[in-house]
Design a protein around this ligand. Structure first.
Ligand code: FAS
Ligand code: PHB
Length: 396
């Protein structure tokens, strides 16, 4: 097999890249280890930044998101039994977020790629990368019982944190930055009408809680739990009790319960690979970085990476200019570290540290008071949360 860009991974990064390359008239083949049904059912992120939603609309895959997605112009911070709203749109000249599940974005992108004649091979295995230091890299893989080779000009490693791309770079060529936070998130999806119109980030002495949603019938909720938490230690009753406690307010907030449709525990870490390129291999999305989910950034950062990569590949393949490719890693990493910092700041603001004491509690409450009463402080949160404009990453 031969193509211009070999893409490993059919998550948001790989699928968006293939879609954007198609818009540039550039051929690609996407290789995915899992089945189509699996990738389309995997519950993960839920919040699209302003520019991510606009990109889906502008490139012809935003119709269902526009119809079914929930547009939000604010988020709520809850602490000491009170709730304060951050007016995201009012503070950012109308920029906003769209609540639309990652699995819905994946479904829309797969449908669009297949409708356009795009090639996505599901259920591949034994994927290896060869010749990434040459101008003729090859991806070798098994598919439907046959060993196959995909010759390409460039390989995009979009295979997530546990993929093979990052590990294919020769030892010593990458610098890894890895930070493990001392807690995880226990997340549930419940068939229950959301208990508020917007997201609620709750600071509580027992730990952080988040009220989000997927539709007007499905609520998405998270609890800060100790690292290595076992789901078996958290029966539904305990989960709901803890959510009621941490989301309670003086004026009697009511959390609507419902059947739990899906639950999971996600460890919290910050991880960055530098550089995000080696020869003809370009890393994008979780294959290159992981951010704490507190800032709702993982998916959006993956999309930003591949926007840069698609633009750079278009310039190279159409005009022969490699500047975009040469700048790809530095340009992505400026945004990656900005998002890493924002996600870390949101996490520190809202989560109970392991050595929590009265002093740390009062520091957090003081910061929450300031962020929810100072326009300057609230604007900092708002502009990062809705997503900094893409050209922010261009500036030195
Ligand atoms: P992905 O991991 O989504 O996709 C990589 C794809 O590559 C997968 O389909 C995988 O099957 C495939 N693959 C792996 N190895 C391969 C190989 N050898 N060959 C071929 N294919 C291979 N982000 C948020 O913003 N908010 C959240 O609430 C949130 N919750 C999360 C919960 C969980 C459990 C996890 C794991 C992540 C969560 N994230 C969240 C982050 C998540 O949304 C990622 O940022 C997003 O999926 C990144 O997309 P990709 O880079 O495409 O990686
Ligand atoms: C979600 O709805 O899954 C979600 C929302 C906001 C976050 C993280 C996850 O910060």
């Amino acid at each position: 097999m031969r193509t211009q860009v070999g893409i490993i991974g059919a998550g948001p990064a790989g699928l968006m890249l293939s879609h954007l390359l198609h818009q540039e008239g550039i051929e690609s083949v996407v290789l995915e280890t899992r089945s189509r049904a699996y990738v389309e059912s995997r519950v993960r992120a839920g919040v699209l930044e302003h520019d991510t939603a606009e990109l889906l609309r502008d490139t012809g895959v935003g119709e269902r998101m526009t119809r079914e997605g929930l547009v939000h112009t604010g988020v709520e911070l809850r602490f000491e039994g009170i709730t304060r709203r951050i007016d995201l749109s009012g503070l950012t000249n109308g920029r906003r977020i769209t609540v639309y599940g990652q699995q819905e974005v994946v479904k829309d992108l797969i449908a669009a790629r297949l409708a356009a004649g795009g090639q996505i091979l599901f259920d591949v295995s034994e994927v290896t990368l060869e010749g990434i230091d040459t101008d003729a890299p090859v991806i070798r893989f098994a598919h439907e019982g046959t060993i196959r080779e995909l010759s390409c000009l460039v390989i995009a490693g979009c295979d997530g944190f546990h993929g093979v791309s990052r590990g294919s770079v020769p030892k010593g060529a990458l610098r890894i930055f890895d930070h493990t936070y001392p807690f995880s998130w226990l997340g549930i999806l419940a068939r229950a009408t959301p208990s508020a119109h917007e997201l609620i980030y709750a600071h509580h002495e027992r730990g952080f809680a988040l009220h989000s949603m997927r539709s007007t019938e499905v609520t998405r909720l998270y609890l800060q739990v100790p690292p290595h938490t076992e789901l078996s230690d958290w029966p539904a009753a305990r989960i709901w009790d803890e959510l009621h406690t941490r989301l309670a307010t003086e004026d009697g907030f009511t959390l609507t319960e419902g059947p739990i449709l899906e639950q999971g525990v996600t460890p919290m870490r910050g991880f960055v690979t530098e550089p995000m390129r080696h020869g003809r291999l370009f890393l994008a999305g979780d294959a290159a970085h992981i951010v704490p989910p507190t800032g709702a950034k993982g998916l959006n950062l993956a999309v930003a990476d591949v926007r840069f990569l698609a633009e750079a590949l278009g310039t190279w393949l159409r005009q022969g200019r490699e500047t975009g490719l040469d700048e790809y890693s530095a340009r992505c990493l400026r945004r990656v570290w900005r998002v890493q910092h924002f996600s870390s700041w949101m996490t520190g603001l809202l989560h109970q540290p392991v050595d929590a004491d009265e002093f740390s509690h009062r520091l957090q409450v003081a910061q929450l008071e300031y962020v929810t009463t100072s326009t300057a402080a609230a604007t900092t949160l708002a502009e990062n949360y809705v997503g900094l404009p893409l050209d922010w990453s261009r500036r030195r």
